[in-house]
Design a protein around this ligand. Structure first.
Ligand code: ATP
Ligand code: MG
Length: 197
C-alpha cells in the first residue's frame, strides 16, 4: 500500500469517527450491563469505577452475592473516601438452599440499592452479580426498571452477572457480552488472589 492510499483511508476513517462524535452530544449517565460466561465482567465494572473515582466522582457498590473470601477489589476500594461499599449477600445460602432466607437477603439488598438510585450524590453505582436475584426470582424486574428509569440523570449504573433479565436489557444503554473462549481453571489452574478474587 502506498503512503498516499494509507493517508486517504485514514482520513476517511477520521471523517466517519468525527461525524459520529459530532452526533453524540447528549450528556447523561448510562446503564451498562456486563453479561456472558467469560471472565471479565466484575473486573471491568471495577475498572470503570476506578476511572470515575479518579475524576473525583462519588461511587457506591452493592455486592449482591458475598463470596467465601474477601476480594482484592473490596480490600482496595473499601477505604476510599468517595466510595460506599455494601456487602449484602451474607444471607445467601448455596449450601442449605433456604429460599425464604435468600429472598429476605435479596430484598434487604434491594432496599439499599433503591436508596442509592435516588441519591444524586452518586455518579456511579455498581450492582455486582445483581442479575442472579432476578434469575432466581428473588426480586421482580418491574421495581428495578422503575427505579433505574427514575434515577438522577447524571448517574451511571453498572450491573454484572452471567445472564441478564430482558427488562433490564430493554432499558440499557450499553450491553457487553464477555464470551468464554478459554479459562485457566479448565487448564487446571486454581483460583488465585489478585486474578480471580
Ligand atoms: P471477574 O471478577 O474475574 O471479572 P466475572 O465477574 O466475569 O469475573 P463471574 O461470573 O462473576 O465472572 O465469576 C466469578 C469468578 O469465576 C471469578 O473468579 C472468575 O475468574 C471465575 N470465572 C469467570 N468466568 C469463568 C469461566 N468461564 N470458567 C471458570 N471460571 C470463571
Ligand atoms: Mg463477577
Amino acid at each position: 500500500m502506498t503512503d498516499n492510499t494509507h493517508a486517504t483511508r485514514m482520513q476517511k476513517k477520521k471523517d466517519v469517527v468525527d461525524g459520529r462524535i459530532a452526533k453524540a452530544t447528549e450528556e447523561r449517565g448510562v446503564l451498562i450491563l456486563l453479561k456472558g460466561n467469560g471472565k471479565g465482567k466484575s473486573s471491568s465494572a471495577f475498572g470503570t469505577l476506578a476511572r470515575s473515582l479518579g475524576h473525583g466522582q462519588q461511587g457506591a457498590v452493592i455486592q449482591f452475592i458475598k463470596g467465601r473470601r474477601e476480594t482484592g477489589e473490596y480490600l482496595f476500594f473499601r477505604d476510599h473516601p468517595r466510595l460506599d461499599w455494601h456487602v449484602m449477600g451474607h444471607g445467601f445460602t448455596w449450601e442449605t438452599q433456604d429460599r425464604e432466607r435468600d429472598i429476605e437477603a435479596a430484598q434487604a439488598a434491594w432496599k439499599v440499592a433503591e436508596g442509592l438510585l435516588q441519591d444524586p450524590n452518586y455518579h456511579i453505582i455498581v450492582f455486582d452479580e445483581m442479575s442472579y436475584m432476578l434469575k432466581y426470582g428473588y426480586l421482580e424486574p418491574e421495581p428495578i426498571v422503575e427505579a433505574l428509569r427514575n434515577r438522577p440523570r447524571h448517574q451511571s449504573v453498572i450491573i454484572t452477572g452471567r445472564t441478564m433479565a430482558q427488562p433490564l436489557q430493554d432499558i440499557a444503554d450499553t450491553i457487553s457480552t464477555v464470551q468464554d473462549e478459554r479459562h485457566a481453571f479448565r487448564l487446571g489452574v486454581k483460583a488465585q488472589a489478585g486474578i480471580e478474587f
